[in-house]
Write a protein that binds this ligand. Structure first.
Ligand SMILES: [Zn+2]
Length: 473
């Protein structure tokens, strides 16, 4: 059973190291009772093809771990007491997503709501099921969508059918709630509960040893689970910072992503690649950024959820807004066949500036104020549209100037001067001034290196002069 609540937790920041062995938050789970005959026959009684296919996909996810069920399409006639295990839509209380009806309930462990694994007493009754049905609430107040992946707003729009189905089907395999681990059996958001995690797979393997499969599945999730927190507060969606960068200069840190080796075999050279995409679907043909490789063995049950720092945004990226995404690989280059957890994209979008100017990639930038500020220049000849990157010369700690030999063919013809002055004694800010000795269109990008903060100054073509900013940083 799942009910709706939404809370958000703060991110935890630590350094990147290697994969961790399974520990708090990524192990443990419990089952109680099961069917005598396995795999368990199931009938999908949905009438719409989209929900039929979605249900079959969720059974398949559990079957990736062990040979648990043989789902087939039924004839649409349903009952909790007809001796058939069925999944179907049924009217329930408006705040209920769905429920698992297991008979006899005593074989599962007693009275609902189903026990939390950690709270379950050793004397819990377990036994043999005669029937189990999954009821998805046809009167759920927000309705359902069969189309994934789910979005990150848990209170807005229809709920994701796949998460509810995966959770309730898990109950019928004997899984209890698991409030202390990353698990679809946790009360979590749709975006977190859509995954079978290490904890779920381990509980299934322990309960169904003779049905267990060899499973190769390195997964990545767009959230981080904090085992010190409970329920909805324990998951934080993936994020990145800064949220505005300059192509060819800026870099981002991605936080609150998770990698889990959900399978039961050791993998090698697990690699996470980061991408920019104009839509929320990440593929290998999107704009590839950097990657991180866990050189050598990544053990079964291992995971990592530390931030990924310093992912550069190449100068070739056109200006615009992008989803940040990731793709997980093993052996440095191959994706496993359990595809649903191989990619994700961020809820927020990254704004990339500067790249649209079409400046050449070979930047030669100014570093002023002891290297605290990086200054780049892109210029455009308004008469022929040609663009050129400024080539910098440092005059002193606060002043430098640029030639634009791409446009002038003269590396000693200095066209633009830039000054970054420490005005903090006056108003608490650093000041930026610039002046052009040309009528080229100018784009001057100043980056505070330590924070990634960016200011962009543009001066149109076919005019002279410059500008200033006494509240720049
Ligand atoms: Zn439940």
């Amino acid at each position: 059973m799942r009910t709706a609540t939404t809370l958000f937790a703060l991110a935890l920041v630590v350094l990147v190291t290697g994969p961790m062995l399974a520990q708090a938050g990524h192990t443990g789970g419990c089952t109680c009772g099961q069917f005598t005959a396995k795999p368990i026959p199931w009938q999908v009684e949905h009438t719409l093809a989209a929900y039929q296919n979605a249900a079959l996909a969720e059974f398949a996810r559990w079957n990736d771990v062990a040979n648990l069920s043989t789902p087939a399409l039924g004839d649409g006639s349903v009952s909790e007491t007809n001796g058939r295990n069925e999944i179907y839509f049924q009217s329930l209380s408006p705040d209920t997503f769905g429920l698992a009806a297991i008979r006899p309930l005593s074989a599962f462990s007693g009275s609902p709501p189903f026990d939390d694994c950690a709270a379950k007493s050793v004397s819990t009754v377990c036994g043999t099921y005669t029937e189990a049905d999954v009821l998805i609430n046809s009167d759920f107040l927000r309705g359902f969508t069969p189309v994934g992946p789910p979005d990150f707003n848990d209170d807005d729009g229809p709920a994701y059918y796949g998460t509810t189905a995966l959770h309730e089907i898990g109950h019928t395999f004997g899984l209890h709630h698991n409030f202390r681990n990353l698990s679809t059996m946790n009360y979590v958001e749709d975006y977190a509960g859509q995954y079978i995690g290490i904890a779920d797979a381990a509980a299934i393997r322990a309960a169904y040893p003779s049905q267990t499969k060899s499973m190769t599945d390195i997964g990545t999730y767009p959230f981080r689970y904090d085992p010190a927190k409970q329920l909805y507060a324990a998951t934080t969606p993936v994020s990145f910072s800064p949220t505005t960068v300059t192509a060819g200069i800026g870099a981002i840190t991605v936080s609150n992503a998770t990698i889990e080796n959900v399978g039961n075999v050791t993998l090698n050279d697990v690699k996470i690649e980061f991408y920019l995409s104009t839509d929320s679907t990440i593929t290998a043909s999107d704009i590839r950024l950097g990657s991180f490789t866990y050189t050598g063995a990544f053990p079964a049950g291992g995971y990592d959820d530390e931030p990924f720092p310093d992912i550069p945004i190449p100068s070739s990226v056109p200006g615009g807004s992008y989803f940040v995404g990731a793709r997980i690989l093993q052996n440095g280059s191959t994706t496993d066949s359990i595809a649903y957890n191989n990619t994700w994209s961020s809820p927020g979008q990254l704004t990339v500036s500067g790249g649209s100017t079409g400046c050449p990639a070979s930047a030669s930038d100014l570093f002023l104020n002891g290297g605290q500020f990086r200054v780049s220049l892109c210029a455009k000849n308004p008469r022929d549209g040609k663009t050129g990157r400024g080539i910098a010369t440092t005059f002193n700690n606060i002043v430098g100037y640029f030639a634009i030999p791409d446009l002038t063919q003269d590396s000693t013809n200095f066209e633009v001067f830039v000054k970054v002055l420490d005005g903090r004694p006056v108003n608490g800010k650093y000041w930026v001034f610039y002046g052009g000795l040309t009528d080229f269109e100018l784009t001057i990008t100043v980056t505070q290196v330590a924070t990634g903060a960016v200011k962009i100054y543009t001066r149109p073509g076919l005019q002279y002069g410059g500008g200033g900013d006494t509240s720049a940083f």
